[in-house]
Design a protein around this ligand. Sequence first.
Ligand code: SAH
Length: 380
Amino acid sequence: MADKVSLIGLDRSALGAALVTAGFPEKAVKMRVGQLWNWIYVHGARDFGQMSNLAKGFRDTMEAHFTLARPEIVTEQISNDGTRKWLLRTGPGIEFETVYIPEKDRGTLCVSSQVGCTLTCRFCHTGTQKLVRNLTPAEILGQVLIAKDALDDWPSTAPGRSVTNVVMMGMGEPLYNFDNVKAALKIVTDGDALALSKRRVTLSTAGVVPMIEKAGTEIGSGLAISLHAVRDELRDQIVPINKKYPIKELLDACRAYPGASNARRITFEYVMLKDVNDSLADARALVKLLAGIPAKINLIPFNAWPGAPYECSDWAQIEKFAEIVNKAGYASPVRTPRGRDIMAACGQLKSESVKERASTRLAAEKLADMQSGQLARMPH
Ligand code: SAH
């Protein structure tokens, strides 16, 4: 029923207010909120009928007013490396992607914050899609719930979880959707909800400088910066938000990031674009630029997409670049591309209409053929 109110993404007080509106007595609200919170976020209940220890009358009334429905799954794809990608839909034209990346010792969920993006970074596929709108807390959280449902990853507090890390590195710029991202991450990191430590949550930004300190204070997750260039002249071109907030201001904001320390380093992402930003002089400038900031460097081999104006740096060049970064004291700086065959790798996410989706899929298949040679040369 379209007019049922979703309880997903409401904080405890909004959840309580919803119960009062539905006519439940105020004195029992706190207890009810606790029970619902536990069922929804610890046990992953998808409907009220599942809440077996709650009175039938209560469950029926809840069912009549509220919903715990997830976004609709349009497609689910599984890469030959085990990476999974879901295309989700919550309304006409509201489609967004979520990616799960399993590794030996952890599983990372890459979550979208917007449908489309305003930033137009030249190398990013999402950047070619105009902003449709910000995702709501329910839609951001819905991505985590969908993945946990699919991976059978409930209860959230059990040992050996599949989703151990959440990164706001999907479609969109999370700091342009601050309130909704914050509301969703509060529930992700709530010990009585999805129960991930703040250290296991990372927010990535292209550099919305005025929001960085606020993110540290009010969200307190790990921070990643999409740096990608060491000179303003180049960064202005490939990450256009740099024209508004140039490198120096960005790095000053990083230096002031609340909670950054050698134990909690800021990640600097650097996409390797052939003959654009991958010279050894750039590598040396990069380590110089970051001196004094508690930093990790993540070199991301460029992931191609149909019509992309760049190529990935040659593997030999990435190795030489990485060696300079390594010698400066940054361990294992190259991010292994994951899920390229299903267009699930960094910067490949995008949602489109049904017709366009089919053509993207065909293009992705062609690309996967092209890239299998390239991937074979990469260390794993
Ligand atoms: N808007 C935020 C969140 C997106 S994170 C941000 O810019 O940080 C996605 C990461 O993948 C960013 O570091 C982005 O710059 C990088 N990326 C984008 N397109 C890419 C591509 N084609 N290949 C590799 N990395 C890419």
